[in-house]
Ligand binder design. Sequence first.
Ligand SMILES: Cc1ncc(COP(=O)(O)O)c(C=O)c1O
Length: 330
Amino acid sequence: MPSAPPRVPLGTWPTPVEAAPRLATHLGLEPDDLVLKRDDLSGLGGGGNKVRKLERTVGRALAEGADVLVTTGAAQSNHARATAAAARRTGLGCVLVLVGGPPARPAGNLVLDELLGAEVEWAGDVDADGLDGAADAVVERLRDEGRRPSRVPYGGSDALGVLGYVTAADELRVQVPDARHVVVAVGSGGTMAGLVVVLGAARVLGVDVGAVPDPQDRVLRLVRGVAAASPELLPAGATGAAADLVAADLRLPRDEVGDGYGLPTPASTAALRAAALTEGVVLDPVYTAKALAGLASAVRRGEVRPGERTVLLHTGGLPGLFGHRSTTGV
Ligand SMILES: Cc1ncc(COP(=O)(O)O)c(C=O)c1O
């Protein structure tokens, strides 16, 4: 029987849920329809969704006897910053392999990466394979130096990391039992995958932010992967990993990406402002604001209707607001 390594506690659970009546009305929903699930308040190192996955992937690293974490991401990666914080919390070293080159003046997540003592390796202007290759080279270099590196997957999303969002979905089932739609930004796909495993594909509306070329296939692979690797850890009634699930069953619109990953759009900037002005809630410009923009367009096209309980998962990313400032118009 396969079994997952022990989870290492890193966050503050359960994260709260909050009513958002003014934002609901702004979107054209009934005031009681909309609930925010505040995974931005998960605690460690600035919080966000990555903490849940790291409880699993760092658990594996510790079980393997690792002494340093290695992960990859964009320059403003929230996952990289959260990994740096998890490394500090567990006494491990951390090397972040990031796309691009050193900026003249670090901002946003890069400031926190530095504060958290992560070693940053700049991979240059590379694609996904190039970034992976750069991280492989770092792992090799660390081994040559006598270190024991553990790779944390891109975005924290592999069959083990997804278990963090299986747990989150189970938490949400208790907090908002009548949720008809759960809306979430989709980057590497693990957050949506965990939600789908527990809540089923029909209740999860993923909004692609353009981080990967094939989000539907990735989410599907992760859903299948977590069900195969850790069947004993799936909660009772988790129906979303049915064998006949196909990519087309996933609700995953791609029309909020705009000019690309990491770039705000007029709709995401409007959403960022709307959340701030209606509820005093600060989103980030390139994940959660795109998720809210995706919810707004789902309401406009009648996919989400007044009277249907809707959860917007706030996955964090606040430091990115200060890393992307020049392009938000804020
Ligand atoms: C703030 C924020 N929200 C959402 C996501 C998307 O999560 P996932 O990579 O699990 O799809 C990320 C990471 O990419 C993120 O940093």
